[in-house]
Design a binder for this molecule. Structure first.
Ligand code: PLP
Length: 448
């Protein structure tokens, strides 16, 4: 075809489907290869059965619970299994739902906290105007929640010697207008777990002294599908009475295709009744709590398939293999010389990932942004980012190890990283890249 692809106006005439398909297919070739995307937390490898189930459920709308009662049941099975996995005191009393991801789940969790706080304040005849939320260095969804729903975000700034939320920093910021505290299991920047139990203990003490009862919502976007399998003894879930709600992303370490997250509340009264809509639609009464209406069902069906297919044992084995690969990468990267490892993939302290920075005393003429751009030539997408905004002179590189990044692929990556450093030795860079010209890839990916 000697014409360029239409971009601004829909063509007047139709094309044959195979022709149109190939035009779209060719355009997509320019995308990065998802399996080599080591910047994302999201799952990028799927077995044939998942492809088949996605195809089977392409026409199922999650909102039509009356029309697709089996899909609705499957969603409930998943909620119950997660309640059990997160040690809810009574799986039957626990309430929860699927979402499009942790972002929607965070909005719902945040809204429930805001409503409950307002109710507490109103009953005590106190001000209900200025709610605040305390977090560590959170994923962008909590910034969105705060802005969209008018809540002051008290985000504890990063410091060189403190890369996550601590009980002391929480206590410095908490007051009667605090709707909740959000520790993260798998912080976006460093991949580490924040200390849920210690923060809860500090808030217990505060309640004993002042009467202030501040709930915790755990953002377990990644960790919620890892810790219960790999370290079931790590109590960072409903075993802690102060933890009222938890979210996770099914499409991250839950291994499901893109578009599924989960949010659960300890007991039904933790989710204010006013937030639940009872819609009478197409013949059925259904309670819903969601930002969306229509939504695909395939991801949720696949989530259930995965829980069934893998069981706890399967998830444990997969994630342990990922940790092993992460430890291998950390060891190799540390041995290269110029780098200092931030997080080495120790399963007790974070998710299967490695993060590192350039050693202060390393005399190298390139930046981590240059490395990121150079690796891209071999198809690898490795995030490099400044620790904005508080320690923006610290630049970090990060690899997420997910099911699908085999040991063999990790070895290929290490060989490419070595070649990259040798190349920079032979061809010194006159102007190393900085955060401001780090390129489109480097900035977006840290948040994904
Ligand atoms: C990925 C992530 C989110 C957002 O989750 P989505 O499923 O992409 O919407 C929120 N919090 C943390 C800690 C994350 O890692």
């Amino acid at each position: 075809m000697h014409v360029s692809l239409p971009k601004d106006r829909m063509p007047k005439e139709s094309l044959r489907p195979d022709v149109a398909f190939h035009l779209v297919y060719d355009e997509l070739m320019l995308d990065g290869n998802a399996r080599q995307n080591l910047a994302t937390f999201c799952q990028t490898w799927f077995d044939d059965e998942i492809h088949k189930l996605m195809d089977l459920s392409i026409d199922k709308n999650m909102i039509d619970k009356d029309e697709y009662p089996a899909t609705a049941d499957i969603e409930n099975y998943c909620v119950h299994m997660l309640a059990d996995l997160w040690s809810a005191p009574s799986a039957a009393a626990t309430i929860g739902c699927s979402t499009t991801g942790s972002s929607e789940a965070a909005m719902l969790g945040g809204l429930a906290m805001k409503w409950r706080w307002r109710d507490r304040q109103a009953r005590a005849n106190r001000n209900t105007e200025r709610p605040n939320l305390i977090t560590g260095p959170v994923q962008v969804c909590w910034h969105k929640f705060a802005r969209y729903f008018d809540v002051e975000l008290r985000e504890v700034p990063l410091a060189r010697d403190r890369l996550g939320l601590t009980p002391d920093e929480v206590l410095k910021r908490v007051d009667e207008n605090t709707i909740g505290v959000v520790p993260t299991l798998g912080v976006t920047f460093t991949c580490q777990y924040e200390p849920v139990a210690e923060i809860a203990a500090a808030l217990d003490k505060l309640q004993g002294e002042t009467g202030l009862d501040v709930p915790i919502h755990v953002d377990a976007a990644s960790g919620g599908f890892i810790a219960p399998f790999v370290h079931p003894e790590l109590a960072c879930d409903f075993r802690i009475p102060r933890v009222n709600s938890i979210n996770t992303s099914g499409h991250k370490y839950g291994l499901a295709p893109l578009g599924v997250g989960w949010v659960l509340w300890r007991e039904s009264h933790d989710l204010p009744e006013e937030l639940v809509f009872r819609v009478n639609y197409l013949g059925g009464d259904m309670p819903t709590f969601a930002l969306n209406f229509s939504r695909p069902g395939g991801q949720i069906i696949c989530q259930y398939y995965l829980m069934l297919r893998l069981g706890k044992e399967g998830y444990r084995l997969i994630h342990e293999a990922c940790y092993e690969t992460a430890r291998y990468l950390a060891g190799e990267i540390a041995a290269m010389g110029p780098f200092e490892i931030y997080f080495d993939g120790d399963s007790r302290f974070g998710i299967p990932a490695v993060s590192w920075t350039t050693r202060a005393d390393a005399r190298v003429g390139y930046s981590l942004f240059d490395i990121s751009a150079h690796l891209r030539a071999r198809g690898w997408q490795v995030a490099a980012y400044a620790m904005v905004p508080d320690i923006s002179d610290v630049v970090v590189m990060r690899i997420l190890v997910r099911h699908g990044l085999s040991r063999h692929m990790a070895e290929l990556l290490i060989a490419d990283l070595r070649r990259c450093l040798e190349y920079f030795e032979r061809h010194p860079i006159s102007h190393p890249m900085t955060a401001s010209d780090g390129g489109t890839y480097n900035h977006d990916v840290t948040r994904s």
